[in-house]
Design a binder for this molecule. Sequence first.
Ligand SMILES: [Zn+2]
Length: 476
Amino acid sequence: MLTFCEWVRRQTSGTGAALILTLGCVNTALAAATPDQTAAALAQSALTNSGALEILTSLTTEVGPRLAGTAAEQRAAAWARARFETAGFDKVWSEPFTLTNGWARGLEQASITSPSPQPLVVTALGGSVATPPPGLEAEVALFKTYAELLAMPTNSLTGKIVVVTQPMVRAQDGGGYGTLNAMRTAGPGEAARRGAAAYLLRSLGTDRHRVAHTGGTHYAPDAPRIPAAALSVPDAEQLERLVALGKPVRIRLLLTPRDLGPVTSQNVIAEIQGREHPEKIVLLGAHLDSWDLGTGAIDDGAGVAIVMAATKMIRALPAPPRCTIRVVLFGAEEPGVIGGNAYAAAHQAELSHYVIAAEPDFGQGPVYRFQTGVTNPEVPSLQRIRAVLAPLGVLPGDNASHGESDVGPLAKRQVPAVTLAMDGTDYFDLHHTADDTLDKVLPGRINQSTACYVAFTYLAAELGDDYRQPAAVPAR
Ligand SMILES: [Zn+2]
């Protein structure tokens, strides 16, 4: 078995760091490298080849798309368990749960029937009901902003196909998505309350390609469930131009998705047991399910690959960190964080032992900011993590992290969380589209993200600090 010093030396051979670390090891005789040095060496090694791209290639090629609650998602779960077992994790298991409404995409066709017939590119929103079998045709009521639709009175749009074309703003932190999310998730219910026969929105995306962006929607309990789909950005703009000419515009829409009723999904869990405090847990999440149009490479295959690669590197160390590292690959995130909520409910009794939780669910990176969601963000252990992340290009962030995606339900239950914020400038060019495929992922970007995750995870699990403690009162 390697000592820490030997291991660190191997990881950094040929670099200036190697000399310093070697001298450090010699000077301290048998002493191990400091946790900070080990974390830095892990990161350095990940920057060159983290293994994440190989994992992502395997997932997206051998499993492909992984719609929640389907046989494909179960194949992904079996793939993940086998990978963890091969990597020598101490415990690997699955926790099944029920997804109340499984959903399968069907045909999706749309066209303008008058005044100038032409096809439109659409994709059904996840959870959408079908149109009547021959499809439905109706006049368009177009709104350039979601607020304009919400300003319409009840039953004022009877029989219309409502189209909302508000564009999404491109932003590094993905802020444009958050502000428009309700246009997709609640839009069909709002249109139905006003009497609409169907709902179309301009895709929540920042690309200009003729691909539509799917995503989950949630019907209002007090309104009819109407067919709902997203238009590609160029098609939404085409409709705006036609409507502006002043003649009534009619659309024909055919969607044939199916509600599969209750189906089974699962969270896949793997652990590296802590050498001193096995009961204290650093939790890393990512979601294994994806939408079905692409192969879920950036959402969230990249996150799966990052956490699997980072923890595999830690598993290969001569000794595990002091606290346990638990990886949870969540099922059924896309239909509404079903796996994340199932996990938090099932593990409620142990949550007080969790050190901290994090989840990459924002593409391939790079990570550019370290946000915390802890009682005292100034504690020395977090400063040490920031110091190891800084040379990787990561800025200190605020203390407003609520945990990404599936770890959100843990953060709501007072589990400390961090967000290793990824640059999302181009994330919504691909998100939830047929273009979310492996070829978009660049080794340099996913390796940097994995480097950040391995450094953070190793240090958090080695230091095992209590981020729930009340902030110390500064001495006067
Ligand atoms: Zn995601």
